[in-house]
Design a protein around this ligand. Structure first.
Ligand code: ZN
Length: 568
């Protein structure tokens, strides 16, 4: 017999697989019955939490300093020595639990997800998965190598796009010409990656017994509550009620910017034509003001955020060698989230913080409320409701009056931009999703990049009919090259559109009953992955929906709010 597993991260952080293995072996050898299921799942969770936290912390370190070679090597070693064996044992335990016929309490959906995993697993797909991953890395390398000369300096395209926010239109156009030209230099390389990735994906589906890669991915993403036909309904609804509103929004932009026609390089500059907002003094000011904001949303949420600050669980400022983007990770054993971003003093930093802290609240609520790790595995369609709703729930408190960042006119200006972006997002999301439903329908037509270009143009005409791409025809046709998800995370994207609709409904509820809406929001978060999408959205006071009526109500609220804010 061996000692009980230590409970703290500090006691476990240096453990090797050899030290964990006997605990897994013990689980594998146990007699699993209704009576023993609780201790089996709790002990399994404890092990998963320990290994999850070790890996997450190692992963976080590599993003906090991308030049730290020791951190990178450390993560690589852990992936091989700890992660891989733990996945194998995890599969064996999944199968043991399913074979036992035991039905633990509040565990129907975790069991359903496990069954799907087992159903999808094929030994012969492992090398294909590796091949696909390699192609994904190849895509990232092509993107990572995209640099141009701008203002006498070599800059990445990611840095170059900042110039699209400038007020000087001639500079925006000059930057855009460089940007479009650089992308087209990689046209053949990206087409080539696509031509190799596409058959690999279809083969994986075939190996697992599916007619289409679409259906294979559907199950892999545990999309139990909707079908491809629902997505088509959603696209139609977006075409019907969002596209006209997005066109109206761009027409407002065209008028305030005083332009004859909107070009692709006119979309990112502030629609007021004013220089960008600089909402905070320094990083402490940025972090402190958010605490006031969250306290006004809900005292307990404010307390969660204070914990993150107090315990050093926020890494907010941009700095040299820090990895890109923003994310929320988790220390499951310590029962804490961790938030990472690259704040550079722009209005979008505040939105990003609200969004990622929304994810952190989801972590807090599930870690507090659900005993088994598999119950906390919440669906992305709802995870993004947690974050996107927080952007909207916090919006009324961003003014100085509530300890926030802006005076009333600047707050109004910021909110208009945010709401406009929501209107622009749905049609774009529909294009990305419709493109992929078309590509993975079981035929080979999408193997030809020229057919993909033609499809993308057809979708552009349907969902973004009014932007003038004159002189940029090839750039326009290759828009699908620029969506990383299409290359690296296939079939994944509709989640954001569905969650956005949920988040607007939560916000609508808050306009009528703020405290009640936030209470439902928190209760829904606390369900983690134990409810269906209908149940999770329902608990949050929203409808999990694809239809033009629900979407139309959301769009009307957004447009009437924008009109009200324009009067401030
Ligand atoms: Zn998110």
């Amino acid at each position: 017999m061996f000692n009980t597993l230590p409970s703290t991260y500090d006691a476990l952080k240096d453990w090797s697989w050899e030290q964990f293995a006997p605990y897994f072996a013990d689980l594998e050898s146990r007699d699993l019955t209704d009576a023993s299921a609780d201790s089996f799942l709790k002990d399994w969770s404890h092990l998963s939490e320990a290994i999850g936290e070790i890996l997450n912390r190692a992963r976080i370190l590599t993003t906090q300093n991308t030049s730290d070679e020791i951190a990178e090597a450390g993560l690589r070693t852990l992936m091989e020595s700890l992660y891989q064996p733990s996945v194998q044992v995890g599969n064996a335990l999944n199968e043991k639990l399913l074979a036992s016929g035991v039905q633990p309490d509040n565990f129907e959906l975790p069991l359903k997800r496990m069954r799907a995993e087992v159903q999808l697993f094929r030994e012969e797909n492992l090398p294909l998965q590796l091949e696909e991953q390699k192609l994904g890395i190849e895509y990232s390398k092509v993107i990572g190598g995209q640099v141009v000369q701008w203002d006498g300096e070599e800059v990445t395209l990611t840095e170059l796009v900042k110039a699209f926010q400038e007020t000087d239109r001639a500079r925006r156009k000059a930057a855009f010409d460089l940007y479009a030209g650089r992308w087209l230099q990689d046209r053949d390389a990206l087409n080539d990656i696509w031509k190799r990735a596409f058959p690999v994906r279809n083969q994986m589906a075939k190996n697992a017994g599916f007619d289409t890669y679409r259906d294979y991915r559907w199950l892999q993403f545990s999309r139990f509550d909707y079908t491809p036909a629902d997505n088509q309904t959603f696209h139609d609804a977006i075409e019907q009620v969002v596209v006209p509103a997005a066109v109206r929004s761009r027409e407002r932009r065209r008028q305030t910017l005083n332009l004859d026609v909107l070009r692709p390089y006119d979309m990112d500059t502030d629609s007021t034509g004013l220089p960008p907002l600089r909402p905070w003094k320094d990083i402490d000011d940025f972090a402190a003001k958010a605490e006031s904001v969250f306290n006004h949303v809900d005292p307990q949420l404010g307390a969660y955020y204070a914990t993150l600050r107090r315990e050093g669980l926020l890494d907010l400022p941009n700095r040299k060698h820090k990895g890109p983007g923003a994310y929320c990770s988790s220390y499951p054993l310590t029962r804490r989230p961790f938030v990472f971003m690259n704040a550079v003093n722009t209005r979008s930093d505040i939105r990003t913080l609200l969004h990622e802290i929304g994810h952190a609240f989801h972590e807090f609520e599930t870690l507090e409320n659900l005993p088994y790790t598999q119950q906390r595995d919440y669906p992305i369609e709802f995870a993004e409701v947690a974050s996107m709703a927080m952007e909207l729930l916090a919006a009324p408190y961003l003014t100085h009056e509530f300890g926030g960042y802006y005076d009333a006119p600047d707050a109004a200006r910021d909110r208009i931009e945010h709401l406009d972006q929501i209107l622009q997002f749905w049609p774009y999301m529909a294009m990305v999703d419709a493109f992929q439903l078309w590509a993975y329908d079981g035929t080979d037509r999408a193997a030809d990049p020229a057919a993909c270009d033609a499809k993308w143009l057809e979708l552009k005409a349907r969902f973004e009919p009014d932007i003038d791409y004159g002189g940029y025809a090839d750039y326009k046709a290759t828009g699908w090259h620029r969506k990383q998800h299409i290359f690296r995370y296939p079939m994944y994207y509709v989640e954001y559109g569905l969650a956005r609709l949920g988040s607007v409904q939560v916000w609508a509820n808050a306009l009528k009953d703020q405290a009640g809406a936030v209470k439902s929001y928190r209760e829904a978060l606390a369900l983690g992955g134990t409810g269906t999408l209908h149940e999770l959205f329902g608990a949050a006071g929203a409808k999990f929906a694809f239809d033009a009526d629900t979407l139309g109500v959301a769009v009307s609220l957004i447009e009437s709010t924008i009109a009200g804010l324009q009067a401030i």
